[in-house]
Design a protein. Structure first.
Ligand SMILES: [Zn+2]
Ligand SMILES: [Zn+2]
Lengths: 334, 531
């Protein structure tokens, strides 16, 4: 009999499932890839076969035009891979289509979370706790200082600022996949029914969300409108456009940014952000540590983020953990 | 504390000066006494609590959170107070309401190093994260919210519609929480009694001369020295040295405090002794040497002997208890001249008048000077009283023409505030040899002013179209554009690769026409060094 868990092997380019000859979120092109979600540091083009949720496949198609080799798996569905490995896709609560992947082989269970959060999100089903032996987690916000406030508080901040300056607009920098749509959906949930203006780079992804049944209300393109139309309105753009020439066409914008990094004051200042919104699609410190306690794995592996502090937490709680030092995974918020 | 914490956070994220003024003024109008007085003191760096230092906070936190997690977090955030505000555990259950600013100040004043570790948690456990941040900043000083003490005073003046000159004058008479200042400004009570107090009197300032021509019968000319303008006040046995903004810099220049023992208010230029440039009585070292002494709260013996400070006097505002400000300049000047012998000549001398038969000859004298300690000329109306601020027609400054050099644009960086979408900060260089023989450009300075809005738009476009490399907010630009750069002086500097540092560089003209290989060489710039 083989040594325990010798069938799964961490590699700088991703987690390799030996008997299935399959990679999880590989950062290089491979024959068979199991992809957790559509963010660029997890989903890349050029694989022979790509196994992912239909939503993730649609996102990858939009970004990389990769229709070939697409194998859809619904949430809760299990597919049998080569070598007697079963893979089940389970909601991760991160963005549309995001999944944890449960791998089962020879009676051993491994969960790879990809990125995840534990807060409710109107654009995707919530994270499900899945018992396993090895829990392979992210740690993007793996420092105890990161505790994301309730999103309702951040929405209230945004809307009250908007109300206070009816002649200006609030320009919200938000990552184009996931964060932007979640912010829009949460604004709708908070009762904001006015049209929301979009930077051109946001349009296609918003339409894709709508096709999958996420209601974003009335969206308009900045390019189709005059400055005056946008007074008193919310405009959403990628973070990179916040201080760019593009923003000159807006009516005296108040610069906001939706990101977990906005918790740290100097980070917000460095980006000239006037209205920091602490909104993240990643688990904060308490979510990370509580999830590990709930899942209660035999061992935790950490893919990317601030793994040092999370390793230290494991040590303090007498739990086994190791950092995988993956390459090419980055903080997509920035 | 919640309102103060909200003010601090709002100020951190606000770039616009007017918006900052509005935020502070709004707080000062709404907050109760004495909270607002202490808040104002915190903004102007007027509070000092001996018992609480950054290390106190660090030690306190290491009792509550794992030291490794603390260090990792502190390294990420880069600020002890902020990290501590995040990591201090939120109180659970029924808690007492947060302390007011004045309750916090009272508690901090009463603390000793011995009991700080047990007293601080009592307050921290009543605050949320933003409140803890404001509290830690209050306790350790250095708010880092981009508000100078001058700005806070202007905000105070705006809040209660009083004159900022009056605020400046009364400010130093009072200590936090400035009860009398608020009583006067907010409730219309009598102003504080300022007799027998070593108070700052707002400076009289000058307009640039530009195209104006004045007659020397009406105006006296004197050198404008390149040091820092100061006011020395001695009243009732106490001496203070004030900077141009009204900040008390006495601790930085103790030798001047000791040197003035006669009741007087004097206006002059603070310089550091040196034997390089010849003044009229005793030389002054370059601004570089003075720079070494500025911004220090304590001064070493070595500094005092190597770079002693003295004041070259321009004017006298008060003498032996008599306020002279309403007298014409010529009378004040003769009082000053007869007063000078009563002062120790080791620390004081007189700024000499510049005699010329007419304006034309004066212009000639001005052009001829290349003494680095001279910034230019001052022209003062002989019959003008000493009035606060800049009144047209009374005083003019006539700066020496700047030095000029042609440099090549090398790097550009985004500006801030209104300019944050423009590449408006430029680094430029000179050739380190013959450009046709393969010489390279070395950066010699940075400038972000001296061009019009239309020129800025054009420059922004050029930067974007000629980008070679990006390093964060900085773009390296292809060498295609020559700037004629104006600057006041140039010094040798170890901090720059070129070995040179310019003072006050600004873009004088954009030489759209000039080919880059015709820009100046480092050696031409080096030849302009005077120290
Ligand atoms: Zn992600
Ligand atoms: Zn990720």
């Amino acid at each position: 009999m083989a040594a325990p868990f010798s069938w799964i092997r961490p590699d700088p380019h991703g987690v390799y499932v030996v008997p299935a000859d399959a990679w999880i979120d590989p950062s290089k092109a491979v024959d068979r890839a199991l992809v957790t979600h559509g963010h660029a540091d997890h989903a890349r083009g050029g694989h022979g076969q790509t196994v992912a949720t239909p939503e993730t496949l649609a996102i990858m198609d939009l970004r990389y035009n990769t229709r070939e080799g697409a194998t859809p798996v619904e949430y809760g569905e299990t597919i049998r891979l080569k070598g007697g490995v079963d893979a089940t896709y389970i909601p991760a609560g991160h963005v549309l289509g995001s999944a944890q992947i449960l791998l089962e082989h020879a009676g051993e269970r491994v969960v790879i979370t990809g990125d995840y959060k534990r807060r409710a999100d109107p654009t995707c089903p919530p994270f499900q706790v899945t018992p396993c032996d090895i829990f392979i987690t992210e740690a993007t916000f793996g420092l105890p200082l990161f505790t994301h406030p309730p999103i309702e508080e951040e929405m209230a901040k945004l809307l009250s600022r908007l109300e206070a300056y009816p002649d200006r607009c609030v320009l919200v920098g938000a990552y184009a996949l996931g964060k932007a749509q979640r912010v829009i959906a949460e604004l709708r949930a908070a009762g904001h029914s006015q049209p929301i203006y979009l930077h051109g780079a946001m349009e296609k992804m918003c339409r894709l969300y709508e096709e999958f049944g996420v209601d974003l209300g009335e969206l308009r393109l900045v390019a189709d409108h005059d400055k005056d139309d946008m007074r008193g309105a919310i405009v959403v753009s990628p973070p990179s456009a916040l201080n760019d020439r593009w923003s000159r066409r807006l009516p005296d914008p108040i610069t906001a940014m939706a990101s977990g990094w906005m918790r740290v004051r100097q980070r917000a200042r460095q980006r000239n952000v006037e209205l920091p919104l602490v909104i993240s699609d990643h688990a904060d410190w308490n979510e990370l540590t509580n999830t590990i306690l709930e899942v209660d794995p035999h061992e935790t592996w950490i893919t990317h983020g601030r793994e040092e502090a999370l390793l230290r937490w494991h040590q303090l709680h007498q739990r086994r953990a190791r950092a995988l030092a993956m390459v090419g995974y980055e903080d997509e918020d920035d | 504390m919640e309102e103060f914490a909200a003010l601090i956070d709002a100020l951190i994220y606000t770039r616009s000066r007017n918006e900052k003024l509005r935020l502070i003024a709004e707080y000062l109008r709404a907050a109760p006494d004495p909270d607002r007085g202490y808040a104002l003191a915190a903004l102007t760096d007027g509070l000092d609590f001996k018992a609480v230092k950054s290390s106190t906070i660090r030690n306190l936190l290491k009792e509550r959170v794992d030291p490794v997690l603390w260090t990792l977090s502190r390294d990420f955030v880069g600020d002890t107070a902020e990290t501590a505000s995040f990591l201090w555990p939120d109180p659970v259950g029924n808690i007492a309401p947060p302390p007011s600013v004045s309750e916090a100040v009272d508690a901090l004043s009463a603390m000793t190093r011995a009991n700080a570790m047990t007293e601080l948690p009592r307050l921290l456990d009543r605050l949320d994260s933003a409140g803890r941040y404001a509290f830690f900043k209050l306790a350790t000083g250095g708010m880092r919210v981009g508000v100078s003490s001058r700005l806070a005073k202007v905000a105070f003046a705006q809040a209660f519609e009083v004159s900022v000159d009056d605020v400046e004058e009364y400010w130093h008479a009072l200590a936090p929480p400035y009860a009398q200042l608020f009583a006067w400004a907010a409730d219309g009570e009598d102003p504080p009694d300022t007799a027998n107090m070593p108070l700052f009197k707002p400076f009289m300032l000058a307009h640039p001369l530009e195209e104006t021509v004045v007659g020397l019968d009406d105006y006296a000319a004197e050198w404008k020295w390149d040091g820092i303008r100061v006011q020395l006040v001695h009243v009732a046995g106490e001496t203070r040295v004030y900077s141009r903004s009204g900040d008390d810099i006495s601790a930085t220049f103790p030798e001047l405090v000791d040197a003035l023992t006669i009741p007087a208010v004097l206006d002059g230029e603070l310089l550091v002794r040196g034997d390089v440039q010849g003044g009229d009585t005793g030389g002054a070292a370059s601004f570089n040497a003075l720079q070494q002494r500025l911004g220090r709260k304590t001064v070493s013996k070595k500094m005092l002997t190597e770079s002693p400070a003295f004041v070259r006097l321009y004017d006298v505002l008060s003498l032996d208890g008599e306020d002279l400000r309403s007298l014409p300049w010529r009378d004040r000047r003769s009082r000053l001249e007869s007063f000078i012998p009563r002062l120790p000549d080791t620390h004081f001398d007189l700024s000499q008048l510049v005699e010329a038969k007419d304006f034309e000859q004066l212009a000639h004298i001005r052009e001829g000077t290349r003494d680095d300690a001279i910034e230019g000329l001052m022209l003062k109306r002989r019959d003008s009283p000493y009035v606060a601020g800049r009144k047209t027609g009374l005083w003019y400054k006539w700066k020496r023409d700047p030095l000029l050099i042609d440099c090549v644009l090398m790097y550009a960086q985004r500006g801030s505030g209104k300019r944050s979408s423009f590449y408006s900060d430029y680094t430029f260089g000179c050739w380190d040899g013959d450009p046709d023989a393969g010489a390279e450009l070395l950066p010699v300075g940075k400038a972000y002013s001296g061009f019009t809005d239309a020129e800025l738009k054009k420059l922004d476009k050029i930067v974007r179209q000629n980008t070679l490399n990006r390093f964060g907010p900085v773009r390296e630009v292809e060498r295609t554009l020559v700037f004629e750069v104006a600057f006041d002086s140039v010094h040798s500097s170890k901090r720059h690769k070129s070995g040179l540092a310019m003072r006050f560089p600004r873009i004088h003209r954009i030489r759209w026409d000039k080919p880059v290989h015709e820009a100046d060489r480092i050696e031409s710039l080096r030849a302009l060094i005077r120290d």
